[in-house]
Design a protein around this ligand. Structure first.
Ligand code: HAS
Ligand code: CU
Length: 544
């Protein structure tokens, strides 16, 4: 069943994991540099020019490639099962994957040649080789094509199932892809109209403020594009794995619609310190960011309630006794529970960032990488690893190589991330240690930082070990010659709602209207203002 879809999913996951392996292996090096150990000289011999080239590889491969490829693989697998019908036009999704891989190669070559050491935000006036931008554009276009393949399938399903509510997993996937479609318009405009003509030398200068504003139109919803697939698992799959039920499918649907409407019009919370963006618009985006806090709190409540149902069904009693009764011996569950615990702290840090006055203190300090390693590096990545522990067996038809190694992997990730992010957060908050800086070579580095740098380094090394455990298991599983006796199926949690979700939670019109209106309000006037006063005067810089 679904052989084609499994193939698309399997290859997407393979690319994702190779990217995470290469990108992730830069991580421990960065942390060793914090402790004054400079391995980059050795790496020079194999062609790595600088800390910043390593950092670009790390962030592009981990944050952009690992996530995007994993997500389309997971979604392709889950969508068809949720709708109970194969892809309508499978060749479109195959073509999508090919376009994404071509784009990846096109972007990777300039990075490896040190022609695109611009970090993952590629802010102008830093300028990379044009192929880097073209490659990223192709990855995005490929992901759109995946989306079109999903929409066509969904459309067909709706035609055949008039009056039936869309199954939750399918609906959540389609909403996520539509949100991504809207968000990526920002980066597409930035790259196509501002950056490519400038990197080719057709125009002399560019306007960094305008470029950054288009980037963050995309950059914030990007983080929810990473998060929402984890939410799909937490809402609809994890409760089943934990022996529970989805506490309220109605709430779960509401959350995804709210993310559609609220994910984009908040990008200026990354630009609080940008001069040239009027403070009033920053305030509007700050308010919408706090509105966005609501669906995450609903998620915390609903997911924990769903887990509690599971824990109690498994014999847990008392106020917290159900937590112990959860299946902690199942590595897929454990990884995701630990990811959720780390996300509590990542989320609190996010609220700190979103508060204008607090942001002034932590912006561009190591607090920010502390924050995003708890979110994209833990809530998302550790959840994806947890998903991989059933998904890779399901696709390959093999048993997971070692449950024990997988359990160790989840726990080491948890411990390593606590140490590393704690160090980074405090260094940023208390000592204003800058982010994106080769601290090992910084003349202003203060000896008072050393204990925390050491803590972060130990955390980073533990994470490196955890990564190796993950890869041992993935390779062990895929390369094993023995087929599993009982095939692994996608876990789907039953809903506890007594009635099907109301029609307005399965209806695109009102939510799309709200989405468009909010974006027009939050971005319309400021973009008109920035475009009409744009100064295309900044030449490109390649300081490496
Ligand atoms: Fe963020 C910067 C604000 C969430 C990623 N963020 C970043 C950057 C990245 C990133 C990559 O306002 C750096 C970008 C760069 O390079 O410059 N972020 C927020 C806010 C949230 C938030 C308000 N961020 C995320 C997520 C990310 C992510 C999710 C990736 C996936 N972030 C900011 C701001 C900046 C920023 C500013 C700019 C900083 C600067 O100055 O540069 C919120 O969405 C967070 C809401 C989440 C929660 C947590 C809910 C908890 C749940 C778990 C429940 C589980 C339980 C445990 C209770 C409030 C759902 C149960 C366990 C059992 C065992 C039972
Ligand atoms: Cu953001």
């Amino acid at each position: 069943m679904y052989a084609r879809e499994n193939k698309i999913a399997g290859w997407s996951l393979a690319v994702a994991m190779i990217a995470l392996f290469i990108g992730g292996s830069m991580g421990p090096l960065q942390k060793l540099n914090y402790a004054g150990v400079n391995l980059y000289d050795t790496l020079n011999d194999i062609g790595l020019a600088s800390y910043y080239q390593g950092l670009t590889l790390h962030a592009v491969l981990n944050a952009l490639v690992w996530t995007t490829f994993f997500i389309v693989g997971f979604f392709t697998f889950a969508l068809v099962r949720s709708l109970n019908m194969p892809l309508k036009m499978p060749w479109l999704n195959v073509a999508a994957l090919i376009v994404m891989v071509i784009g990846l190669i096109m972007a990777a070559i300039p990075i490896l040649l040190n022609l695109a050491t611009v970090l993952f935000t590629f802010y102008p006036p830093l300028q990379a080789n044009t192929f880097f931008y073209l490659g990223l554009t192709l990855v995005v276009i490929g992901s759109w094509m995946h989306g079109y393949g999903y929409y066509l399938t969904y459309w067909e399903w709706r035609k055949q199932n008039k009056g039936t509510r869309t199954p939750f997993i399918a609906l959540a996937i389609i909403i996520t892809m539509v949100m991504w479609q809207i968000a990526t318009l920002g980066v597409a405009i930035e790259i196509i109209f501002l950056i490519i003509p400038w990197s080719l030398g057709w125009v002399e200068g560019t306007d960094p403020t305008l470029a950054r504003t288009f980037f963050w139109f995309f950059g914030h919803p990007l983080v929810y594009f990473w998060l929402l697939p984890a939410y799909v698992s937490w809402y609809a799959m994890l409760p089943k794995q934990a022996g529970g039920k989805l506490f309220s499918e109605g709430l779960a649907r509401l959350v995804f619609w709210l993310f559609l409407a609220l994910s984009v019009p908040v990008g200026l919370h990354h630009q609080y310190l940008d001069p040239g963006v009027p403070a009033g618009w920053k305030a509007v985006h700050a308010m919408i960011t706090f509105a966005l806090f609501f669906p995450s709190m609903v998620t915390a409540f609903t997911v924990v309630a769903s887990l509690e149902v599971g824990g109690r069904a498994r014999g847990g009693t008392g106020l917290l006794g159900w937590i112990r009764a959860l299946p902690w011996g199942d590595p897929s569950v454990t990884a995701q529970l630990l990811a959720m615990i780390l996300f509590v702290f990542g989320g609190i840090g996010g609220l700190t960032n979103a508060s204008y006055n607090l942001n002034l203190v932590i912006h561009n300090t190591s607090w920010v990488p502390g924050h995003f390693h708890l979110t994209v590096g833990s809530a998302v990545t550790l959840t994806f690893m947890g998903i991989a522990y059933w998904l890779v067996p399901a696709i390959s038809g093999k048993n997971l190589w070692s449950r024990k190694v997988a359990l160790w992997q989840g726990w080491t990730w948890f411990v390593g991330m606590i140490l590393m992010s704690n160090g980074l957060h405090i260094l940023g908050l208390n000592f204003s240690m800058p982010r994106r800086t080769m601290i090992g070579a910084a003349p202003y580095a203060d000896p008072a930082w050393n204990p925390l740098l050491f803590e972060a380094m130990i955390g980073g090394l533990i994470l490196g070990v955890s990564g190796l455990l993950f890869y041992a298991n993935m390779l062990g599983t895929v390369l094993s010659r023995k087929k599993a006796e009982t095939p692994v199926e996608m876990p789907v949690a039953e809903s506890m709602d007594a009635t099907p979700a109301p029609a307005w939670l399965d209806s695109w019109k009102p939510w799309m209207a709200l989405t468009i209106v909010l974006i027009l309000i939050a971005y319309g006037p400021i973009l008109v203002d920035l475009i009409s006063s744009a100064q295309f005067t900044s030449p490109g810089f390649t300081p490496w």
